[in-house]
Design a protein around this ligand. Structure first.
Ligand code: PEP
Length: 250
């Protein structure tokens, strides 16, 4: 089973119009050779998606949102629907990021509803799961992630969904799990995805690793078995670092 690696940049609440220059610079160096080996997408703040559309399309880069509401429209002040993201030019949306789970109290059921909304709108959801430091230290990492997969993936999801394993304690900290721990978790995640979706779909689902990925550690992490790319936060804000990470696939 060949899964095309995906390197996705999560800009979080960073980026003004001036930051479009970074997307322009990413497009300029995302050449045919790299494109043949990996898919690159950027998830800027929603305010920049429509503005980035032309630059990104020209360079073959994809765009994604960072969250969506479960409903298509309605009285939900401040929220953005999957349909709106699609209309603005996104083809992906991150759902269930740990910062959404902790800052906004999102549950697995919420995340599942958002992933279903993404699919309804024609977006590919990048569904995030991952354990906290305390959960890992208690030896519960696998069971926590297994339960998040069970609760956050729509049971009828197609094989093109993306799952991102992001240990909460590795996000923005400079810490990363050992290669053995990543291998164990990704193999386990694929089993749990199969148990949830069935029909052999898990062989096609891309499972990204996220948490302090940077140019200097990308190669080591991206070549672990069952790692099909990266969800990158801080190192996706500049073209230099983001392409540095993606270049692990050159
Ligand atoms: C993230 O926010 O998804 C992330 C992985 O952040 P960072 O790369 O900065 O750890």
């Amino acid at each position: 089973m060949i899964r095309r690696p995906l390197v996705a940049g999560n800009w979080k609440m960073n980026g003004l119009r001036a930051s479009l220059a970074e997307i322009e610079a990413m497009s300029a160096v995302y050449d045919d050779a790299l494109r043949a080996r990996a898919e690159l997408i950027v998830c800027p703040p929603a305010t920049l998606i429509a503005l980035a559309r032309e630059i990104a399309t020209r360079g073959g880069l994809g765009l994604g949102g960072q969250d969506c509401h479960a409903e298509a429209s309605g009285a939900h002040t401040g929220d953005i629907s999957a349909e709106m993201l699609k209309d603005a030019g996104a083809s992906y949306v991150i759902v269930g990021h740990s910062e959404r789970r902790s800052d906004h109290g999102e549950t697995d059921a919420d995340v599942q509803a958002k992933a279903a909304a993404a699919l309804r709108a024609g977006l590919t959801p990048i569904i995030c799961v991952g354990e906290t430091r305390a959960e890992r230290e208690a030896g519960d990492a696998l069971s926590i992630v297994g339960a998040q997969i069970e609760g956050s993936l729509p049971a009828d999801a197609p094989a093109h969904i993306v799952v991102a394993y992001e240990p909460v304690w590795a996000i923005g900290t400079g810490l990363t799990p050992t290669v053995d721990d990543v291998a164990e978790m990704h193999a386990f995640a694929r089993e749990r995805i199969e148990a949830r979706l069935g029909g052999g779909k898990s062989g096609e689902v891309r499972i990204l690793y996220g948490g302090s990925v940077k140019p200097s550690n990308a190669r080591e992490l991206m070549y672990v078995a069952n790692v099909d790319g990266a969800l990158v936060g801080g190192a996706s804000l500049t073209a230099k670092d983001f392409i540095g990470v993606a270049s692990a696939y050159r």
